[in-house]
Design a protein around this ligand. Structure first.
Ligand SMILES: C[S@@+](CC[C@H](N)C(=O)[O-])C[C@H]1O[C@@H](n2cnc3c(N)ncnc32)[C@H](O)[C@@H]1O
Length: 326
């Protein structure tokens, strides 16, 4: 098995700079996919020029956003800045969504900071025209924490709507077995339990998703170098529930390109942005690699493997700083 990890790119400016010559997009540049019509632009999603260039006259039907939130130092002024920043991309999401559409946002909460930036985000969105629709929790299999607190195993996903979008309930059906017995109820004078009352062996996901594995290096979809990859299965569930074939799905924080890959194999068109050229390049490569090999990621290899093996500077850097052999 190939084992060629790439360290977290967000934490290493030097490594990102060494990879820059292999990135196709500079700030403000766009990559248009001839086959399916996807678009990837390098830029700041709060910059109106970037959005106009990306959308032109098109409008999206579904927006899935996974903003970074760890950068906030949680001083009051930083929370205020975060709110102002959120307002910009939330307003742009509203503007670039068609009249009946869905808006999903992943967000975390730091309990030590009174669960910010969740409160700040909810304050901002409550002053927009988006309608709140649901609050989903994705339950991670592995968690982090100490012995003196509940282990953190959750990721939060907010669902809002603009107008009256579709909701395909079929997408909610899962392979989650109906494992728990109980929930007795009298039907026609006979005491029945939940196993007898429904034909399906499976339960619906509801708004707590317990059947999705978070991404790690043993999974095909893993993209080394990325640090915040969302599981394809989660994005797939959102897309299937809240869009139809050929719809435009947009994501302002592409990173590893999860929304683009799910859109590709579900027959949707994806418009996506990342401020970092290296994550735009990873997004493009992930699509190309998927079309070439059918693989959704690189498992424990990485998107720049070929270049690293030929580039002396990169090889030396990875060896001296991270003891990685290429
Ligand atoms: C949490 S990650 C998104 C992860 C993504 N959902 C995935 O599955 O790979 C956030 C991404 O947003 C990008 N980003 C941060 N600020 C941005 C901005 N103002 N405009 C566009 N992208 C930004 C970062 O470079 C990073 O790649």
């Amino acid at each position: 098995m190939l084992k060629h990890p790439l360290p977290r790119l967000d934490k290493d400016d030097e490594l990102r700079n060494l990879l820059l010559p292999y990135c196709r997009l500079k700030y403000g540049e766009i990559w248009k996919d001839k086959k399916a019509g996807h678009k990837i632009i390098c830029g700041d999603c709060t910059d109106k020029r970037i959005l106009s260039k990306l959308f032109q006259k098109s409008r999206g039907n579904l927006s899935i956003q996974d903003p970074p939130y760890n950068f906030i130092a949680f001083q009051k002024s930083d929370t205020e800045n975060f709110s102002l920043w959120c307002k910009k991309w939330i307003d742009f999401s509203f503007e670039y969504l068609s009249s009946d559409s869905a808006f999903y946002v992943w967000l975390g909460a730091e309990y030590k900071k009174y669960f910010q930036p969740l409160g700040a985000f909810l304050d901002v969105i409550s002053n927009t025209k988006f309608q709140p629709k649901n609050f989903i929790t994705l339950r991670n299999q592995r968690g982090y924490g100490t012995q003196n607190n509940w282990m953190s195993v959750r990721q939060e996903l907010f669902y809002f709507t603009k107008g009256n979008p579709i909701f395909n309930v079929e997408a909610e059906y899962t392979e989650i077995p109906k494992a728990l017995r109980g929930y007795y109820k009298e039907v026609n004078g006979k005491l029945t339990e939940n196993f007898e009352r429904s034909k399906s062996e499976f339960i619906r996901a509801g708004n707590v998703w317990i059947d999705i594995q978070q991404v790690f290096y043993r999974m095909e979809e893993n993209v080394n170098g990325c640090f915040a990859q969302k599981p394809l299965k989660a994005i797939e569930r959102i897309i299937l529930a809240s869009s139809k074939k050929d719809d435009i799905v947009f994501d302002f924080f592409s990173h590893s390109g999860t929304t683009l890959i799910a859109s590709e194999y579900l027959g949707r068109v994806c418009f996506t942005i990342d401020i970092e050229p290296v994550f735009c390049e990873i997004t493009i490569r992930r699509l190309e690699n998927f079309r070439r090999t059918g693989k959704t990621g690189w498992q424990n290899s990485n998107p720049f493997y070929e270049e690293i093996t030929k580039d002396k500077k990169l090889k030396t850097y990875l060896k001296s700083k991270y003891k990685l052999e290429y």
